[in-house]
Design a binder for this molecule. Structure first.
Ligand code: NAD
Length: 262
């Protein structure tokens, strides 16, 4: 049997990149997956691939910044699967500018809304469901940029640093509550996903003004000399989602090819 056999997992931003890899790996290891995303094309494709491989999944159109939608989606997932064991709060965006003086307040707020409001709403509305069926595991997608600064991505870095301490705080709350819910954050380094193409050219996280090629950049700054694969992050999420990590809460799992070591 799989490492998360019989569990039900809700994954935000599940249509692409890391979220997609998480959906596919958790499904392969026996979980039923609620794939949620604003991408109505790729989301159902992920579900179809999981089903074709013999797994179980459903798609919900879901903007993580909408509280009304969170209420509907969690109620729907509970109706369909009867429980919620794993929340992977993964949806996120990166907005980069060569220097912070070029950041508009609208972009600053949009990034905060997806990366921080979305994570807040995810636990606000999933914890009650998880408590009803005996606890579970919450995994928040932070970043290496949540552990140390990232020039050109300062606003992004602020949101991800916020996610890191939010995870630790909720971990302590849940432990005090005695509700059987563990909460941890994951910190990817440079991972080859479509997100890099969506970050407007202008800054690279190193302060250079050039479009970002994750593979090129990873070669220069990563001890292991290459960009990571989404599946390599999904393996860490699988560990935190499974009972193998039952004594792990409030911690941060760095998966970065060694970037944070030196
Ligand atoms: P991605 O762009 O491939 O996937 C992100 C997904 O989130 C997309 O499917 C997108 O449609 C969805 N999304 C965006 N806004 C949303 C919203 N408001 N509501 C719901 N869904 C929304 O990116 P990825 O690289 O897979 O990133 C996943 C997470 O990992 C993000 O939180 C990102 O910050 C983090 N991360 C990525 C890297 C990397 O190098 N790729 C590094 C560190 C952290």
């Amino acid at each position: 049997t799989g490492q998360v056999q019989g569990k039900v997992a809700l994954v935000t931003g599940g249509a692409s990149g890391i979220g997609e890899a998480v959906c596919e790996l958790l499904a392969r290891e026996g979980a039923s997956i609620a794939v949620t995303d604003v991408d109505d094309l790729k989301g159902p494709e992920v579900v179809a691939r999981i089903k074709k491989a013999g797994g179980e999944a459903s798609f919900w159109h879901h903007d993580v910044t909408s509280e009304e939608r969170w209420i509907e989606v969690v109620a729907d997932v509970m109706k369909r699967y009867g429980r919620l064991d794993v929340l992977v709060s993964n949806a996120g965006i990166g907005i980069s500018v060569p220097t912070i003086t070029e950041m508009s307040l609208a972009d600053w707020r949009r990034q905060n809304a997806v990366n921080l409001d979305g994570v807040f709403l995810s636990v606000k509305h999933c914890l009650p469901a998880m408590r009803k069926t005996g606890g579970g595991s919450v995994i928040m997608m932070s970043s290496l940029a949540g552990l140390r600064g990232a020039a050109g991505l300062s606003g992004y870095s602020a949101t991800k640093g916020g996610v890191r301490l939010f995870a630790k705080s909720i971990a302590m709350e849940c432990a005090t509550f005695g509700d059987g819910i563990r909460v941890n954050s994951v910190h990817p380094g440079i991972i080859d996903t479509p997100i890099w193409g969506k970050i407007p050219a202008g800054a690279t996280g190193s302060g250079q003004n050039a479009p970002i090629d994750p593979e090129e950049r990873a070669k220069m700054v990563t001890p292991l000399g290459r960009a990571g694969e989404a599946e390599e992050i999904a393996q860490g999420v699988l560990y935190l989602a499974s009972d193998a990590s039952r004594y792990v809460t409030g911690t941060e799992l760095v998966i970065d090819g060694g970037m944070n070591a030196g």
